[in-house]
Design a protein around this ligand. Sequence first.
Ligand SMILES: Cc1cc2nc3c(=O)[nH]c(=O)nc-3n(C[C@H](O)[C@H](O)[C@H](O)COP(=O)(O)OP(=O)(O)OC[C@H]3O[C@@H](n4cnc5c(N)ncnc54)[C@H](O)[C@@H]3O)c2cc1C
Length: 444
Amino acid sequence: MLFVPEHARFRPTVAPRVAPLPPSPDVIVIGAGAAGIASARRLIERGLTVAVLEARNRVGGRAVTTRLRGHAIDLGAHWLHAGPINPLVALGKARGEPLRRAAQGEHLWIGRRPGRAAEEAAFSRAFDVADRAITHAASRSEDGPASQALPRHLGPWGERVARVHSLVSGRPLDEVSLHDWPSLEYGDNFFITGGYGAYLARLALGLPLRLGCPVTGLDWSGPGVRVQLADGGQIAARAAIVTVPVPVLQAAFHFDPPLPNRARDAIGGFLSGLYEHVVLHWPSAPFRGRDRLASVVGGRRKPPGMLTRIDGTPFHYFELDTAFARALDAAGAGPDGARRLARAVLAEHFGRRSLADLAIPAVTAWRHDPWSRGSWAVVPPGHAAARTMLQEPVGERIWFAGEANSRAQWGTAGGAYEEGLRAADRVTDTLTGTSAPTDLRESA
Ligand SMILES: Cc1cc2nc3c(=O)[nH]c(=O)nc-3n(C[C@H](O)[C@H](O)[C@H](O)COP(=O)(O)OP(=O)(O)OC[C@H]3O[C@@H](n4cnc5c(N)ncnc54)[C@H](O)[C@@H]3O)c2cc1C
């Protein structure tokens, strides 16, 4: 079910500032999320003219920062994952952006008490054992569900390890490809003060961009492309970079003529991943320190994931995974249902009295948002080639870019940005007969 979700009502902290579209652009970029912003910046840097068309009235896509009670809070992407290979970390450092390294340790809460040092060590070992087992199985066995490679002997930690991996995968591990799973490099993460969405919005300032401009389809029957707009208009260009999320391509985007089978199969095989923030303002939360994950073990229901004291503020995320999101949707519960659920789960572990100062100012529902239809694209068992298939151009004039294309950084804004740069380089090489620099680094 699609509707305008609550998260769409919050104003971004950085208002978009756009330049007019060129009269006949070389390239049309569809979507102004991380991938679209990267593509547009790179195409311009390499001398092509660009028109970016964005359905929403803001940029950033699934990365948006709003202001809540005086603090900048991300409603989508928040972590800059995979520091050493994330182009947004390299660019952020070059621009002097306020990056901070994410804490390594995390809080462990068992039943109704904090975990002890020995329990924390055993928990962390269980994660290492599981990671090694899945990575090993992925290189040795046929593709299948990632769950089949989880070791059975993780004792009291097994359930938690599976739940965390399912949360970050966007689906329960039996719906995730074993071969795709280990491709994600999560280590050495960063955050950015002021928010990830705000950072992307700054990178988009001044781009030739039309907001509030949904694209319904793309006609590539002639020599270039003709992009069809929801208002009935058309814009022609020599080539297009399509950065629309895969579930939107599956459900609400028309290619004329239809895409070749290989591209259709790649797009059709992805699942929509679920991951949502319930944003807590909870000054008296029992977690100290800044930007730390918390794992809650034991009891009947537990938070699938928590990030506590974001940038040292009283804000925390209570994350919803597929199981919680599906249960809420099956009960027809909207954001207030998610609020009640988060309160009930927290009360079970921390006691009702400790929630006296808890407020829940925002709940996201990217799965119901018509311009995302999910949090990121998940590769199910047997479909592991999809990401690289989606990197291939169609008819030398349509390229796809976005988080779904990224092998090493799937599901992330950094991966989307990198794929946006890659697509822009390939388009430029094709249209100008030149060749791109060999690395994807960008100038500040
Ligand atoms: C709650 C949540 C938490 C997350 N946490 C993290 C995190 O901590 N770190 C991280 O790296 N990643 C995280 N992610 C994932 C990350 O947000 C995405 O992988 C990334 O932002 C995707 O970028 P993209 O450019 O591929 O797609 P998008 O950001 O979705 O951009 C696509 C753009 O296309 C537009 N569009 C869609 N349809 C049309 C159309 N028909 N016509 C025109 N425009 C259209 C959309 O409005 C959007 O602006 C999170 C996601 C969610 C939902």
